[in-house]
Design a protein around this ligand. Structure first.
Ligand code: SF4
Length: 257
């Protein structure tokens, strides 16, 4: 630890100040598709272009279901694409589920400073897990916000799940959840954990962790960048307001194409 302090003093390298200060460094996040107003024909073309049905036809154009978006950029490519791509504060996109109505009662003042997280890989390709690992590096340094990883469910307050929930991981995940003391929360990270992602619902994977466990907070992305995961943890801890996982064309200011 002292080595990092000395290096920081010598080189000026330091941890991000997020959430105290908004993070503006370039490349922090790949951005997110924005629901856009467009003609019905164009909307239909966009809907068929999306491989995971993340784009849904709406009265004013297309709505974006961020639970399903895998960041393939197919909707954004080409000069004929009317889709917008948001890059400002787009990482603050974690949403709460209806299961989280008792948000304030589940984590009380006892958790205001320190929350222990158990990470379960439920069938991840390695991408989301890698982003979760970055939270422990000196730049994101989640310890400064009171988040710590624990290898045992007995000490965990929060279950963070990545990956499409495969058949073989259902039992271990259920056992981990049941072994955690209450109050406890579940955060699903990445499109696969939220909806099955590109795998969808099949004989070997569920449609999302929410079909199996009471998920409180969902962090979209494929994979979500570390700051998006950090935002999700802050939402789970009640320290940040949630965002909307559906982006509606009606809310867009773009004129119909
Ligand atoms: S970037 Fe997302 S919304 Fe666009 S086509 Fe790919 S999965 Fe669908």
């Amino acid at each position: 630890m002292s080595q990092w302090v000395i290096k920081g003093l010598r080189t000026g390298i330091k941890s991000t100040r997020y959430p105290r200060t908004i993070e503006t460094a370039p490349g922090m996040s790949p951005g997110l598709p924005v629901a856009t107003r467009m003609s019905p024909d164009m909307a239909q073309m966009m809907v068929t272009r999306c491989p995971t049905s993340a784009l849904e036809p709406a009265q004013a154009g297309v709505d974006v279901n961020l639970r399903r978006c895998i960041h393939c950029f197919r909707c954004a490519r080409g000069t004929d694409s009317p889709m917008e791509w948001e890059r400002e504060r787009d990482f603050e996109c974690a949403g709460v589920t209806p299961n989280s109505n008792d948000h304030d009662r589940r984590f009380g003042p006892a958790f205001s400073r320190s929350i222990h997280i158990l990470v379960v890989d439920a069938g991840d390709c390695g991408a989301c897990l890698n982003e979760v690992k970055q939270l422990n590096n000196p730049y994101y340094n989640m310890h400064r916000l009171g988040f710590f990883l624990t290898p045992t469910p007995r000490h965990a307050d929060l279950l963070l799940v990545v990956g499409a929930l495969t058949e073989h991981m259902r039992l271990p995940l259920r056992k981990a959840y049941d072994a955690m003391p209450t109050p406890k929360r579940v955060v699903a990270v990445g499109a696969c954990a939220l909806s099955g992602g590109i795998f969808g619902r099949s004989f070997m994977c569920a449609g999302g962790v929410g079909d199996f466990l009471p998920v409180d907070v969902e962090v979209p992305g494929n994979p979500p960048p570390p700051l998006a995961i950090l935002h999700g943890l802050l939402v789970a801890a009640g320290r940040k307001p949630p965002a909307l996982l559906y982006r509606r064309a009606e809310d867009s200011t773009e004129a119909p194409g």
